[in-house]
Design a protein around this ligand. Structure first.
Ligand SMILES: NC(=O)c1ccc[n+]([C@@H]2O[C@H](COP(=O)([O-])OP(=O)(O)OC[C@H]3O[C@@H](n4cnc5c(N)ncnc54)[C@H](OP(=O)(O)O)[C@@H]3O)[C@@H](O)[C@H]2O)c1
Length: 283
């Protein structure tokens, strides 16, 4: 009988935390990676790592063998849902998967053009049990994407004075683990946010206080942001996505706060100050 949980995006922000939590709690898991060489010291050892690539359909069936539940992460670079994600969902159902927990995006229900909306819609259309985790902007973007800028005492994003209800990926992973292992989450969607909405001036002040060195939010224009990112070699597609994300914040659409996370975890979400303290070595 199928009993394992397949975690996609196992090297990524949320997936790696989900692997870690499930493993600690003794669940049988398969951690999906594109290449076994991507497993480094930061990831949980003693886990069954399997090859899985949305762009290589021949990897689906072996990875899904013995799997009853799927944690589904859409890789940020994959926008062609019909071509790359839907076949993986079909393969999961064919392999006997009974429940999909999908890492989605806050506000997806109002934004049918984002890939996450198309994935949600496809999952609903095929009739499999699901949990959609519609997450707000990750705090960990500051320790990954913006790590170098912050090391150089700057936050460089074109978000104006807009506020964001940042969430820590460790909280998303905690909710994901509940949805993957406990009853009561079937066919539910949750809007997962932090419990404070901050602008980047406030975030820079928190970095300054916690790290004990000045970090400044330079509030670049979209043109300044584009120019620097382009010179740094990022693709036009990637820069466009970043600009769209930070424009959403600039316009005030990223500030929504919900109580879903607290209701599920019975505790407050991790706050920005705590995140900076926990990850201080990054900067
Ligand atoms: N970042 C945010 O603030 C935020 C907020 C809400 C929702 N989201 C959504 O969360 C999802 C994850 O975003 P993220 O930024 O946190 O990325 P991430 O999960 O840290 O990184 C992407 C993951 O996907 C894997 N991957 C890449 N290409 C793949 C492929 N062809 N087949 C299988 N796996 C592949 C990568 O593995 P490798 O090691 O093989 O590269 C990596 O584990 C995205 O759908 C994003 O839109 C993000």
């Amino acid at each position: 009988m199928n009993s394992k949980i397949l975690v996609t995006g196992a090297t990524g922000n949320v997936g790696s935390e989900v692997v870690c939590l499930l493993h600690d709690r003794g669940y049988q898991i398969k951690a999906a990676v594109r290449d076994l060489k991507n497993i480094d010291d930061t990831l949980t050892p003693q886990v069954e790592y399997v090859i899985f690539d949305f762009q290589q359909q021949n990897t689906f069936s072996p990875a899904l063998q013995g799997v009853s539940k799927l944690f589904l992460v859409r890789p940020p670079a994959i926008a062609q849902v019909k071509r790359y994600i839907n076949p993986a969902i079909d393969a999961a159902i064919a392999a006997g998967v009974q429940h999909i927990v999908f890492l989605s995006l806050l506000g997806t229900e109002y934004n049918p053009i984002v890939p996450h909306a198309k994935i949600e819609s496809y999952i609903k259309s095929v009739g499999i049990s699901y949990t959609f985790l519609r997450a707000s902007f990750f705090m960990q973007n500051l320790s990954t994407m913006h790590q170098e800028d912050i090391k150089h005492q700057e936050i460089f994003v074109p978000a104006g004075k807009g506020k964001t209800s940042f969430i820590d990926v460790r909280d998303i992973a905690s909710v994901a683990v509940k949805a993957l292992t406990e009853p009561g989450y079937n066919n539910q969607s949750y809007a997962l946010t932090g419990d404070e909405a901050l602008d980047y001036y406030q975030v820079a002040d928190m970095f300054t206080r916690v790290l004990g060195k000045t970090v400044v939010y330079t509030n670049p224009s979209i043109f300044q942001f584009f120019t620097r990112m382009y010179k740094q070699g990022f693709s036009l597609q990637f820069i466009a996505v970043m600009i769209a994300i930070y424009t959403t914040a600039r316009l005030g659409f990223a500030a929504r706060i919900t109580a879903d996370l607290e209701q599920i975890l019975h505790r407050k979400p991790i706050r920005m100050q705590q995140f900076i303290a926990d990850y201080r070595e990054c900067w």
